[in-house]
Design a protein around this ligand. Structure first.
Ligand SMILES: NC(=O)c1ccc[n+]([C@@H]2O[C@H](COP(=O)([O-])OP(=O)(O)OC[C@H]3O[C@@H](n4cnc5c(N)ncnc54)[C@H](O)[C@@H]3O)[C@@H](O)[C@H]2O)c1
Length: 440
């Protein structure tokens, strides 16, 4: 049965807390695509296709032609940052994209000027913030709501989504005030420091029924209070942490090794990067948040407790070092110690010279467009089908995350088929042979 999805009429505002490397690369990219001077490579919503029906039907429409997504020409950007640089200036400083490309969309980028950030230095000590709101957490949340509503009117938007592209916050765990909406709202009034800045934006968005996706590993919407609020206002949420670079490779390779019952004894992953994200992650408290997000992936895919002969001794180590000369061009090395038939040892080495924000930008775009689709389709709460894009997928309480990228893709595609009333695809395929048998 086809879901009743409201059409994507009018403008979609994508509002972004954190107009740094990822956000500016996404915005400049979308503006370049709109002008026809670039291609949105890496974006499943724009370039990907989806199989429908039986293999013999040969139906492979583009995702954007299959589900009613907002068109890029209808997208308008805005956001907040602790620095006052407009998106053109911030993109030039981030040095991800060539000045030639940025100059071609300069006028579109210059008009995106960051609103004052809801910020607390405690959560990102390495930033020297100048463009920030004052007041209590409650007041900041009210101001963010006001920012959103003003933006919506001024830009003539029909709908809004928020994508957190702000710095990784220091490591924190959910505490008592995060356990229910009532406690959270009281803590806002009390200006409780355990409410992180990203939670202020998330609260403001959800309160207004606006979808929120989290591109960083901090908890943000992954707390009971936010899940409760999302349900109450029928709003989709997704998180955490864009799956790019090394973790992307890990979730491509590890399912393959596990599929062939090859053993893994050790996986050493190291990274060097020199962008602002790297600077923030140079603080051990911020690194810890990232480390926790990256570490879970392998164990979830290989499940050492169920496969002790193959993965029981797995030693998984992750390092990230700040190395300014590399800028946004992160370099990662993986040394993987595997073993095969009769326990014979082998090694795999991966040296990925990646461009972090080039991989993250299309993810941020897809998350924004799919979150908007989810809202129009009446889906609310945790959108696990968006795990495909995320390093540390948020799931219902007690439900282990699915980190295998191939299963995540099947889940995403089947969700789209389900929404559009198409048959789900199980890949069983026995019916092709059954028909032949019936004919004979
Ligand atoms: N680039 C990737 O491949 C990748 C992958 C996964 C996750 N991420 C995460 O995405 C986020 C953005 O990455 P980036 O490379 O663009 O980093 P960045 O440092 O270039 O940009 C982050 C921006 O957020 C701003 N900021 C910090 N706190 C804020 C607040 N409270 N309100 C508003 N703005 C705030 C900073 O001033 C900065 O400009 C980081 O958390 C990063 O860990 C990035």
């Amino acid at each position: 049965m086809k879901t009743n999805i409201k059409p994507a009429d009018g403008k979609l505002g994508i509002l972004i807390p954190g107009l740094g490397a990822v956000a500016t690369t996404m915005i400049a990219g979308v503006e370049a695509v709109k002008k026809g001077i670039s291609q949105p490579i890496g974006s499943l919503t724009q370039m990907g296709s989806i199989r429908l029906g039986k293999r013999t039907e040969n139906r492979f429409p583009k995702v954007k032609d299959f589900v009613p997504l907002a068109a890029l020409n209808d997208v308008v950007f805005g956001g907040w940052d602790v620095y006052s640089d407009n998106v053109y200036e911030a993109a030039m400083k981030a040095k991800v994209l060539e000045p030639g490309l940025l100059n071609a969309v300069k006028s579109e980028l210059e008009v995106v000027v960051p609103m004052k950030a809801a910020f607390d230095q405690h959560y990102a000590k390495n930033l020297v913030a100048t463009n920030v709101k004052t007041g209590t957490r409650y007041e900041m949340a009210q101001e963010v709501m006001n920012d959103i509503l003003t933006f919506k009117v001024e830009k003539g938007c029909d709908r809004i989504v928020l994508i957190w592209c702000g710095s990784t916050e220091i490591y924190y765990e959910a505490s008592d005030i995060h356990q229910s909406l009532a406690k959270f709202e009281q803590a806002l009034l009390d200006d409780d420091k355990r409410i992180s800045p990203s939670m202020i934006y998330a609260y403001a968005a959800l309160k207004l029924g606006i979808p929120f996706a989290n591109g960083a590993p901090n908890l943000t919407v992954d707390i009971p209070a936010m899940i409760e609020l999302a349900k109450q206002t029928e709003t989709p949420i997704a998180g955490k942490d864009f799956k790019t670079g090394q973790t992307l490779m890990k979730t491509i390779l590890a399912p393959g090794l596990a599929a062939r019952s090859l053993g893994v004894k050790g996986w050493f992953s190291t990274n060097i990067l020199g962008n602002r994200d790297g600077l923030v992650l140079d603080d051990p408290d911020n690194f810890k948040t990232k480390e926790v997000s990256k570490l879970g992936v392998l164990e979830d895919i290989l499940r050492p407790e169920d496969n002790p002969e193959l993965y029981g001794d797995l030693y998984h180590k992750i390092r990230i070092d700040y190395y300014p000369p590399h800028g946004d061009n992160k370099e990662s090395w993986d040394n993987i110690d595997i073993f095969g038939w009769l326990g014979y040892k082998m090694q795999i080495k991966i040296n990925f010279l990646c461009r972090d924000s080039i991989l993250a930008a299309p993810i941020a775009l897809d998350l924004a467009l799919f979150s908007d689709l989810a809202k129009r389709a009446g889906m609310s709460g945790i959108q696990e089908w968006l795990s495909f894009y995320l390093k540390s997928p948020q799931t219902a309480e007690g439900l282990p995350p699915e980190n295998d990228i191939f299963k995540q893709l099947i889940k995403l595609q089947n969700t789209l088929r389900h929404l559009m009333g198409e048959d789900l695809i199980t890949h069983l395929g026995l019916d092709y042979y059954q028909e032949l048998v019936d004919v004979l």
